[in-house]
Ligand binder design. Sequence first.
Ligand SMILES: *Cc1c(COP(=O)(O)O)cnc(C)c1O
Length: 355
Amino acid sequence: MSKFLREQYQNLEPYTPGEQPKTDNLIKLNTNENPYGPGPRTKAAISGEQVSKLMLYPDPEASELVEAISQYYELEKEQVMVGNGSDEILAFSFMAFASEGAKVYFPDPSYGFYKVYADIYHSRANPVPLTEDLRINPDHYKNLDGTIIIANPNAPTGIALNLNDIEAILSSNRSNLVIIDEAYIDFGAKSCVPFLTKYDNLLVIQTFSKSRSLAGARVGFAMGGKEVISDLNRIKFSFNPYNLNRLSILAAAEAIRDEAYFQQTRQKIIRTREKFTEELKALGFTVLPSAANFVFARSGRLSGKDYFTGLRERNILVRYFGKEPISDFVRITIGREEDMEQLICATRELLGKGI
Ligand SMILES: *Cc1c(COP(=O)(O)O)cnc(C)c1O
C-alpha cells in the first residue's frame, strides 16, 4: 500500500474473482462461463474491416446494441442502457441510488460484489441471511426502507424466486428501488421484465457473460423505467461515456439477434445440468435445485475444501467459498457433457479413497 492511498480505501476488501488459469489443460468449471462459445454469426460480426476501425471511438450510446436489446424485450430504447459487464451497471446503480449512507438490502450469501460496491460507495449495507435451507424468504424484503438488490436465480445457490414473490416485494416497496440481477435468468427462471409496465421501482440487470457466451467481451445491460435509465446514463456519461468498445457492441448485438444459437446452447446446458444433478445425487450429494448454469452441491462424506482440492489435483477447477454457512458446498459450472462426465469420474475416485 502506498502512502498516497486515501484512508477510506485502506481497508477495502476487493471482490475475489474465480481463478483464470494460464494453462488450458484444466476443465474450467469455476466462473460460470458458457462452454459453447460465441455463435458463428457473432464471430462473423467481428470482421477485419471492423478491427480496422478501432482508431475511431465507439458510439457512446451503443445505439445498435440498445436497439437490438429493446426489440428483443419489446421495450422502448429509453428503457435500456448498456455497461461494461453487468458489474459496471451494478456499480453505477450503487453510485446513483444507494451511495453515501443510503441503505441497501441484499441476501447473504449472494453475489459477492454487492457487499464490495456497498463498501466502496459507502452504502449502509444490510445483508439479509438466507433461510436455513439457503433460500431467500421474500417476507424479509417487504416494506423496507432502502434499495433492494436480489439475484434471481440467486448465486451461488442457483435457487430462483417465482414471479409472485418478486411482485410482492415490488408492490410493498413502492418508494424503494428494487434491483433484480438476472445474470442467470435464461437457464430456467422467469424474467420479471414484464413487471416494468406496472412498477416504476423496478430495475432489471442482465448480462451477455453467461447465457450468451460473451464473458470476455464485457457486456451487461439494464432495463427499467425511462427515468431510472436516464439516471444511470447520467452516471455513465459522467464516468466513462465510451464504456463499451466497438467490437463488443457488434458482438453483443449479433448475439442477441441470433435466437437459434441462443436457444440451442442454453437448452443443452439445461439438459446437462439435469443429468449431472441426478448423477451427483446418486453419489450421495445434496444438490440445491438450480435454475442457473451451475449447481451448488455438498457431499455427505467429503468436506467442501477436500472436494475442491481433490478435484483441483485432477485438473478440474470448481469454485469453493470456504465461509459459513456454505463451507461444505462447492459451486460447479455446467460445462460440456464430457466435462461433467470427467468430474463424475473424479468424484467417484475421491469418494472411493474416502479422503
Ligand atoms: C456473473 C454475474 C454478474 C456479472 O456479470 P458480468 O456481466 O460479467 O459483469 C452479475 N451478477 C451475478 C449474480 C453474476 O453471477
